[in-house]
Design a protein around this ligand. Structure first.
Ligand code: S3P
Length: 174
């Protein structure tokens, strides 16, 4: 297999990309980047405020620029925003350069986690039906990730172990 430079976590809001990404990066002793955090740091503004004051398309432009920049790094663990993989440029880069991992959960679990998340404008401003449609539509795209991990029956430790094993196996094969 072609050598992959980074581990990239993708998936819906609330799927644990940042939490699991940080744990995996610690285990592998690699740096961790969260693209949303970088956007907030660069803009000195919370994502919810960027959406509210500048609009979603402005956010999506920032998201593309910041994410493509972070993807230039090597040997890092990266959590990208829930909508980032829908962007063709980001998706192509992730799929060629990274060990991409979709953290896949049952709809009910995702809904439960995001419904009261005020830091997530799309979650707050969408109905349950709209969120279910979003999950359905996005799942087809997320499934292009190299690894689709069904997280529903795994503990956090098991999930981290599985990803560390995937990484080690890819290192051996590359
Ligand atoms: C978004 C997900 C958020 C953030 C923004 C938009 C999305 O990131 O990028 O609110 O479109 O799904 P998380 O997936 O980290 O919550």
């Amino acid at each position: 297999m072609e050598s992959k430079e980074n581990i990239v976590f993708l998936g819906m809001m609330g799927s644990g990309k940042t939490t699991i990404g940080k744990l995996v990066s610690k285990r592998l002793n690699l740096n961790f980047f969260d693209t949303d955090q970088n956007i907030e740091d660069e803009q000195n503004m919370k994502i919810s405020k960027i959406f509210k004051e500048k609009g979603e398309s402005f956010f999506r432009e920032l998201e593309e620029k910041t994410t493509l920049n972070i993807l230039k790094k090597k040997n890092t663990v990266i959590a990208i925003g829930g909508g980032a993989f829908l962007n063709k440029n980001i998706r192509e880069k992730v799929l060629t350069n990274s060990l991409s991992i979709w953290l896949k959960w049952k709809d009910e679990i995702l809904l439960e986690r995001i419904k009261k998340s005020f830091k997530r404008p799309l979650a707050v401003n969408s109905s349950k039906k709209e969120l279910l449609n979003m999950i359905k539509k996005r799942s087809g795209i997320y499934s292009k990730a190299l690894y689709n991990i069904d997280c529903n029956k795994l503990t956090k430790d098991q999930l981290v172990n599985e990803i560390v094993n995937i990484y080690e196996a890819n290192k051996v094969n590359s």
